[in-house]
Design a protein around this ligand. Sequence first.
Ligand SMILES: [Zn+2]
Length: 188
Amino acid sequence: MSPGEKNLYLTFDDGPVPGPTEFVLDELARAKAKSTFFCIGDNVRKHPEVYQRIIQEGHAVGNHTFNHLSGWKTPVDAYVDNVALCDREMKREGKQPAKLFRPPYGRITRRQIGRLSEYRIVMWDVLTNDYAKSLSREACLRGSLAATRPGSIIVFHDSLKAEKNMSYVLPRFLDHFGSQGFSFKALP
Ligand SMILES: [Zn+2]
């Protein structure tokens, strides 16, 4: 996003999941931060009350397919159908103002992009690697802080797999950039 303002765009992929997503929401509220959650449709179906909390607390939501499919391994029609299934699940739980889509693993083909023209496809410039079990919490924090610039879009995961690193890094990340006068915004 624009590097001219001190705004950061946190994103959380793979929820909603009771536990990690609730932790993230508590931390964002504490820091007066807004962010964007790229939800897996099947998790919205399983945990509608957690999804509702995301919406009620004023965060943005985006589509991350229903079954976390890799675009490179999935035929175009099946991929587009899976995105639509996630969209239906999110709509059932309340209206979705922005049509944002993030391809799982960042893997999507040109033909798939062509078929999803109603969406804004959102990648990232900072990958925290919070899901990497071999990465220490301190190294995860150091790498995330060092890679972030004004206007960065940062990927965290509100998943059980990432919980160890994410729950350590997120509060410190918010405090670090918050004390430098940065604002945390949802994607428009
Ligand atoms: Zn994902």
